[in-house]
Design a protein around this ligand. Structure first.
Ligand SMILES: [Zn+2]
Length: 487
């Protein structure tokens, strides 16, 4: 049994089930340890998890891997809220907004970033985090969280709310479960000084400990993972004041994908949005033709935990665009699109949403599909580096074009989807011929000029046209690339 090390993880009240983030190695014990044995009394689903874990751990000398808590979160349990009752000065000291997490600072921003790491793709451009340079949003599964806004109270054990719990404990935080009907996360008040600053160089107070990393760990429990002993994993043992937990690792991702499935190509995807007064136009793909549900972060703290929802929205342009009125009850936060259905892939990753500002810079994004060439290759184009206005051009790489010949880089101000010479024209409005090029063996590296007078945040859409003598129409076509210029 776990003895003293496991003792702090025991629940104080038998009616509650908890998994803890402890000090040192107070958790992560194999089945039979204190930590897991107290859970065994509580949920049937854990028996299966324990059996699985036991099978893995029976192999001597192998790295232990993720284990399951029992249960998953369905689409009705993806929203969560935060009650900001943290009282350490260091817990609400960060006043620098992050454009990828609009409308939040302090502990709220740290909690939001912690949970968002489990989402399938980068949150906007992935946020600004000196300890997390590969960006926030690394799950590559069909799981998405949704930040619904601030709560006004701790709430019940099934209210999907994170908050601080008064008192001192040898554990940092814990999750109350089973999760299937909701969960609750508590951060112990002390002895830690809770820290919201992204850069630990700015931390202060005795026994500093990271809010963001702790939320990433506890939210991993909320979505159904138990502890692992893989070094460095978010569901593993914290070694560096919690900061290392911010970024999920391969073992965490494997557990996430086991529970929710690897990222589906059919999933709805929000790529950006534009504003016209209170009218929002989302751009993306795989939207439902007639019946999309929009989720938004609530403006006023409180509510019942359900995100602000706009129902029954149609899409345009072949499922790549949705226009809706931004409701007065919503605020800056995030936006998701839910399709009719209950599959994990029916909810988009949340996209940062500020009703007063369009995204200022996005990574170039491919969209649409290429026409297969007469030699059977599928052309693919990709922007390399940042499309910098100061530089005056950006680099576009082609692979998989027709074997030899000439091509043209085309650009336009809008997206499109229209049958065209046996393929699809992905750009719309007046079309500009940027440059003519020659490609050999299907490869080319192209320097595409950025228009004079372009401003940061402005976008254009690009597509390649090839001569393809073996094609019935004599034409090859790439997919589209959406390029937003940076300074
Ligand atoms: Zn834990």
């Amino acid at each position: 049994m776990g003895g003293a090390a496991g003792g702090p993880c025991l629940p104080r009240h038998n009616r509650q089930n908890r998994v803890c983030l402890g000090l040192g190695t107070g958790f992560g014990e194999p089945p039979g340890g204190t930590h897991l044995s107290h859970m065994r009394t509580s949920i049937n689903a854990l028996l299966a998890a324990s059996a699985l874990a036991g099978a893995i751990w029976a192999l001597p000398g192998q790295a232990r891997s993720y284990t399951l808590l029992g249960g998953t979160l369905d689409l009705g349990q993806r929203d969560y809220r935060f009650f900001n009752n943290f009282n350490d000065p260091s817990a609400n000291s960060n006043t620098v907004p992050d454009p990828d997490f609009p409308g939040a600072i302090g502990a709220e921003l740290a909690v939001w970033k912690g949970a968002a790491e489990w989402n399938s793709v980068l949150h906007g451009n992935g946020g600004t985090d000196p300890e997390h340079p590969d960006g926030i949003g690394s799950g590559a599964s069909n799981f998405e969280s949704f930040y619904a806004g601030l709560a006004t109270e701790v709430g019940g054990v099934n209210d999907n709310t994170a908050s601080m719990l008064s008192g001192f404990s040898a554990i940092h935080a814990f999750l109350e479960y089973p999760i299937g009907d909701g969960w609750r996360i508590r951060f112990y008040e002390g002895p830690d000084s809770w820290q919201d600053q992204p850069d630990p160089a700015n931390w202060s107070g005795p026994f500093p400990w990271d809010i963001q990393g702790t939320m990433a760990h506890e939210y991993g429990h909320a979505l159904g993972l138990d502890h692992t002993t893989v070094p460095g994993a978010t569901m593993g043992v914290p070694l560096d004041l919690g900061v290392g937990l911010r970024s999920i690792e391969d073992d965490d991702r494997a557990g996430l994908q086991f529970l929710y499935g690897a990222l589906s190509p059919n999933k709805p995807v929000i790529e950006s949005y534009t504003l016209n007064g209170s009218q929002v136009t989302l751009q993306g793909r795989n939207f439902h033709p007639t019946n999309n549900e929009i989720w938004l972060t609530q403006r006023i703290a409180g509510g019942d935990g359900t995100p602000i929802q706009v129902f029954g929205q149609p899409s345009q342009l072949g499922g790549t665009q949705i226009t809706f009125q931004f409701p007065a009850s919503a605020k800056a936060g995030e936006v998701s699109v839910r399709l009719p259905g209950i599959a994990n892939e029916d909810l988009s990753a949340p996209f940062p949403m500020d009703p007063l500002a369009e995204p200022t810079y996005n990574l170039p994004r491919a969209y649409g599909t290429s026409k297969t060439t007469s030699s059977g290759t599928v052309p693919s184009i990709q922007v390399t580096g940042v499309p910098s206005i100061q530089q005056g051009h950006f680099v576009l790489d082609l692979v998989g074009g027709p074997t030899f010949g000439n091509g043209i880089v085309l650009s336009a101000e809008a997206r499109n989807q229209q049958p065209f010479f046996g393929g699809t024209l992905w750009i719309g409005g007046p079309i500009k011929r940027e440059l003519v090029f020659n490609h050999q063996f299907g490869f080319a590296r192209l320097q595409v000029p950025i228009p004079t007078g372009a401003i940061p945040g402005e976008s254009r859409f690009y597509q390649l046209w090839f001569a393809d003598a073996g094609d019935p129409n004599g034409v090859g076509l790439s997919h589209g690339v959406w390029v937003t210029y940076a300074e």
